[in-house]
Design a protein around this ligand. Structure first.
Ligand SMILES: Nc1ncnc2c1ncn2[C@@H]1O[C@H](COP(=O)(O)OP(=O)(O)OP(=O)(O)O)[C@@H](O)[C@H]1O
Length: 321
C-alpha cells in the first residue's frame, strides 16, 4: 500500500468520524499494568466539537486512558477509536490529526522557540507557523531564549502553542494548566474556547481544577477506580440534579424517612431532627407532589439547584454513591 492510498484511506476514515459526529469512541476498554486492572470496562463517546472535561481522583486512570487513546498503551480488551482511527492499528493517523499537551511536556530543552518551530515545520505535515506566532505573541514568550530557562508555566504555554501549530482536529490535554498563574490560566482557557473550540475542533482535557471545568466544558465524565461513574452534558447536570430541603413540624417517623431515602433517583439523604435534605436526579416534581400528599406534609419544602462543583466532588470522591 503506497502513501497516497494510505492518505486517501485516512481522509475517508477521518471523514467517517465527522459524519458519525464522534471524535472519540471507547467501548468496554480494559487496560492493565501487569496483572493490575487500571481501566475497567470503560465506555465513552466524545462528540465532535465538544469541550470534554475528564475528571477523577489521583490514580483514577485518566492518564492511562489518554495514553491508550494516543496509542502509547495497548488495551487488554475492548476497543477505542479516535477520529475514526483504531488506536491499535492506526496510531500514525491519530498522531497526524491529534495534538497532545501533558502536565510534563517533553520539549527539546536546549532549543529556542525559533529552533523548535523549524524542527516542527520539518516534521509536521499540517504545520501552520502563523497560528504559532499568534499564540507566542499572546503568551508573550521569548523567541530566542532556550526552553530550559523557561518557567513551568511558560513551558505549558509553549506546549499549547506548538500543539495548535499542528492545526489538529482534536486536542487532548492532560492537566494542561498545572503551574499556570491565574492570569496565564485565564488566557490559556480563553484561547481554548474562543479559538480552538470556536473553530469546531474537539477538546478532551483532564483536570483537577473544577472551576476551570465548569468555566469551559460542555460535557463532563468522571472516572472512579477505572470506571465511568458520571457522564453527561454540563447543562443537563445543572438541570437534572436538585436538592430538596424539607422542614417538618416535628421529626417524621422512621418509616416515612426510609420511604424518602428509597425514592427512585434519590442520591443523597441527610436528616437532622425536623429537617431532611435530599439530592435527587430526575423527576423532582413527582417527588414533591408525593411528599405534599403525605400525612406528614412538611411545613416548608424548598427545591434548589445543586452547585455543579459540589456534585462533581461527590462523584470524584465516592463514585456518586
Ligand atoms: N507505568 C505504570 N506502571 C504501573 N502502574 C501504573 C503505571 N502508571 C500508572 N500506574 C497506576 O495506574 C493507576 C492509574 O494511574 P493514572 O496515572 O492513569 O491516574 P490519573 O487518574 O491520571 O492520576 P493523577 O490525577 O494523579 O494524574 C494508578 O494506580 C497508578 O499507580
Amino acid at each position: 500500500m503506497n502513501d497516497n492510498t494510505l492518505r486517501m484511506q485516512s481522509r475517508n476514515t477521518s471523514a467517517q468520524a465527522l459524519i458519525s459526529n464522534i471524535a472519540i469512541e471507547i467501548e468496554n476498554l480494559t487496560v492493565n499494568y501487569g496483572k493490575n486492572p487500571v481501566i475497567k470496562g470503560l465506555s465513552l463517546e466524545v462528540p465532535v466539537g465538544s469541550i470534554y472535561g475528564f475528571l477523577g481522583a489521583n490514580g483514577a486512570g485518566k492518564t492511562t486512558t489518554i495514553k491508550t487513546l494516543l496509542g502509547f498503551r495497548p488495551p487488554n480488551s475492548g476497543r477505542a477509536r479516535v477520529l475514526g482511527y483504531d488506536v491499535v492499528s492506526q496510531q500514525r493517523e491519530i498522531c497526524r490529526r491529534v495534538s497532545y499537551v501533558s502536565e510534563t511536556n517533553s520539549l527539546y530543552e536546549y532549543l529556542t522557540i525559533s529552533q523548535l518551530c523549524h524542527l516542527c515545520r520539518d516534521m509536521q505535515q499540517h504545520w501552520n507557523q502563523e497560528i504559532v506566532n499568534r499564540y507566542i505573541h499572546t503568551f508573550e514568550l521569548p523567541l530566542n531564549k532556550r526552553v530550559k530557562y523557561f518557567s513551568k508555566g511558560m513551558k505549558s504555554q509553549l506546549a499549547l502553542c506548538l500543539a495548535l501549530g499542528n492545526d489538529p482536529d482534536l486536542l487532548i490535554l492532560d492537566e494542561p494548566t498545572t503551574g499556570l498563574d491565574p492570569v496565564a490560566r485565564q488566557v490559556f482557557l480563553t484561547t481554548l474556547v474562543s479559538d480552538v473550540a470556536a473553530a469546531g475542533k474537539t477538546i478532551f482535557f483532564s483536570s483537577h481544577i473544577l472551576s476551570e471545568v465548569e468555566a469551559i466544558a460542555d460535557h463532563v465524565a468522571v472516572l472512579h477506580h477505572g470506571s465511568i461513574v458520571l457522564n453527561d452534558e454540563v447543562d443537563n447536570l445543572r438541570e437534572m440534579q436538585k436538592v430538596l430541603h424539607l422542614t417538618y413540624v416535628e421529626q417524621p417517623p422512621a418509616e416515612e424517612l426510609e420511604r424518602l431515602r428509597r425514592w427512585p433517583g434519590v442520591h443523597l439523604f441527610e436528616q437532622e431532627g425536623r429537617t431532611v435534605r435530599l439530592r435527587i436526579e430526575g423527576d423532582v416534581d413527582a417527588l414533591t407532589k408525593s411528599i405534599q400528599a403525605r400525612p406528614y406534609e412538611p411545613r416548608n419544602l424548598e427545591v434548589v439547584s445543586v452547585q455543579l462543583e459540589d456534585l462533581l466532588i461527590e462523584y470524584i470522591k465516592g463514585g456518586g454513591k
